[in-house]
Structure formats: structure tokens, C-alpha cells
Design a protein around this ligand. Sequence first.
Ligand code: IMP
Length: 432
Amino acid sequence: MPFNIAVLGAQWGDEGKGKIVDMLAPHVSAVARYQGGHNAGHTVYVQGRKFVLHLIPSGILHPGVTCVIGNGVVVDPEALFREVDELGRMGVAVDGRLRISEKAHVILPYHRELDVLSEARRGERKIGTTSRGIGPAYEDKIGRRGIRICDVLGDGDALAEAVRENVNARNRIIRESTLDWKPVYDDLVAFGERIRPWAADVSLLLAQMMHEGKSVMFEGAQATLLDIDHGTYPFVTSSNASVGGICTGLGVPPRAIGGVLGVAKAYTTRVGEGPLPTELDGPLADRLREGGQEYGASTGRPRRCGWFDAVVVRYSARINGLDALALTKLDVLDGLPEVPICTGYRVGGRTVTDFPADLRLLARAEPVYETMPGWTTPTKGVTRMEQLPPAARRYIERLEAASGVECALVSTGSDRAETIVRPGSVVARWFP
Ligand code: IMP
């Protein structure tokens, strides 16, 4: 029987999903991305070599694993081929293993431009996007004028007309601009020729694999708090990063999802704008940022840092039906005298423990902390729970109780090998 799991972010992204997906990939036949685009940056270290993946699923480093880009993803052809070529230079061949949905929408050069212009127009209210054209590409998709991979591979005249119409519409939005549609079209045709062997009906492909008893892993990008519906709107990305995105973004039924693993950092980070209740500033923020190398894998932006927020992770557990957590970067907290956990918020004289829907409430939320003693013995590279200092174990136990989810995996360093798989945990049962 195939057993398919989802691995997705339980906070604001950058939790270290790439490492977890890469580590569990040998247990599955395919890894499938269901949303987002090359705004994601999944860093994977294997034997000291660093791989940064943006669009290609993090299973690509395992030769037997098929990597699938679903219809819910937006594909920038230039970014895709840059990544494929870079992997090729590092000795990782994608041919025969990479499949891209014919229904995935394409990011065009003017989407990037519109992203930058939209941010400039918002001024102080900017989202802090990655400037990759993600939002405008999804806008075209929802506006029913997007261009899909199957359009690029199909009739040239129909494609020419769609590109001409879209470019002309864009020229009307951006005043005094006269972008020529023809080079956009020519680039798309060249892209189509290269992508043709990889294009597939992804829903059918995955159904066939499961029918043959092969297991699939669904890989989320960004995270629950950046989900267009359930995140801190409007400071979110433009897709469903939470579990619901799997069904729509790949064409698989809900029953195909056998388990859901949420990835959460042992503290909290966020890039871009929007509320972050446990945000720190000053030396403590610097300490977490430098210790965890908290700089965006896609944009290099410094990440905002704060303490672990159990309200956020409990909310993620509810939205996604998390079976367990993979807790990452525990080692970054080594040496701190104390480590607070946020267990609720004070808002308008009341204590709340459910994540507020209204962003104005969240912006005013004062974290309620429970302070745990820190530990001095390093946890870096530890692979067994009993080797952790007792204070680190107590921190994990308290964090689990406050979040309502068990930590099945604990990551103690950036390499695949630097991970604790808890005996008897859900993950140990999923993959004995
Ligand atoms: P966009 O996805 O580029 O439109 O950006 C929207 C918001 O999502 C911004 O706050 C970005 O910083 C954030 N974001 C997008 N991709 C990632 C990611 O991979 N990690 C963390 N934040 C992200």
C-alpha cells in the first residue's frame, strides 16, 4: 500500500523543509510541489555541499525519486532552466525524473515588473515580496487570462494571440510603456521546446504511481502563516501553502494524504512585512540571526527573529491536521541562559490562546511567555534524544505541550545526518 505524507511549514516559512524532505525522500518514489514558485528557497546540505532549490522539489538529490511540479505552482521558465543547469553543473541530472504539470501557469517577464511596481505603489504598506512576479502570475490565473504550459506547447497562433493580448493589457496598466509582445512570445516558444519532454498530466501520473503501490511526498513551499486564506493576510504569498493546496495544486483526492508533518523552527523567523508577535530586536535578535544564519535563501534579506510561538504552531496544527512536528535548528538556542515560549497573547486586556483572524488584533498582541532554563552543553549534531542536555529535552516537552503536537524529528544541524528520529514517534511508525 502506498503511504503518502505531506511536509509543510508550520510558521512563516524558512523552517528547514528542504532538509526534512531530502531526508525522508528515500522512503518515497516521488516528491511533488503543489504551490508557490521560485520565491521559495530550500537549502539542503549533503556532506558539506550546499544545494539551494527554488522550484525543483527537494527530492531531486536522490537519483531514484521522481520530482513533480504541480498545476498549483507558477513556473518562471528562466528560473527553472537556471536551476536545472546549476544542478547539472553539480552533477545532478534531472532528465527523466522531472515532470511538470501541463496546467501549471507561466510567470512572464512583465509579472516581475508588475510585482515591483505594485510594491512601490503600496509604499509603507508594502508586503515585502520576493519580487519574483508570483502575485501577478496568480492574479492572471485567477483572472482567467493566464498562460499555461499546455498553451505554450500547443497551437502557436493561439499562443501568439494570448501573449499579444496580455502584453497589450499590461501596456495599458503601466502608462507610457510599450513592451513588444513578440520577444515575449519567441522566448516562450523556445521554452516550450525545452520543457516538452517534462510536461505531464500530473494528476494522472500520481494516480498511476499510487495505483502501482508507490508512495508520494507532498512538499509545501512558504508556510501556513503565509497562506493566502489562512495566513496573516495581506502579508502573505498568493497561494495555499497549507494542506488544502495539495488537492487543488496536484489533482489528488484528500484521502491520498496519509499523514501531515509540520516543520517548525525551535524559534520563529519571518521575512517581509506583517505582524510577528514574538519578534525580538537588539543583541538577542542578532544572536538568533547570526547563530541560525537567518538570511533569505532566495533574496538574501535578513530574517526577523523571535521566540517560539506556540499559538502559531497550535493554529497550524488545526489548519493542517498535523500528525507531528519536525523541530529544526534546536542547536541555534545552545548557550542561551533562558529560552521563552509564547503560550498566549494579551490583547485589549484579555489573554487569548487562539490565533486571531483580525490582523489589527495580532498587531497589538503582547506575547505571554513561559520562560524555560537554557542549556550550555552543545546539541549540534546530536542524533539521539537521550544525548540532549536535560534542559533542552524539557524545552521540547514544554513546546510540544503548548503546541499540542509531538516532535517526531528534531534537527540539530544543517546536514541530513544531524537529526534525531524519536523512537516510537509517528515518523518512526510511518517509515520503520
Ligand atoms: P511573494 O511570495 O514573493 O509574493 O511574497 C509574499 C510574502 O511571502 C513576503 O512576505 C515574502 O517574504 C514571503 N515569502 C515568499 N516566499 C518565501 C519563502 O520561501 N520563505 C519565507 N518567506 C517567503
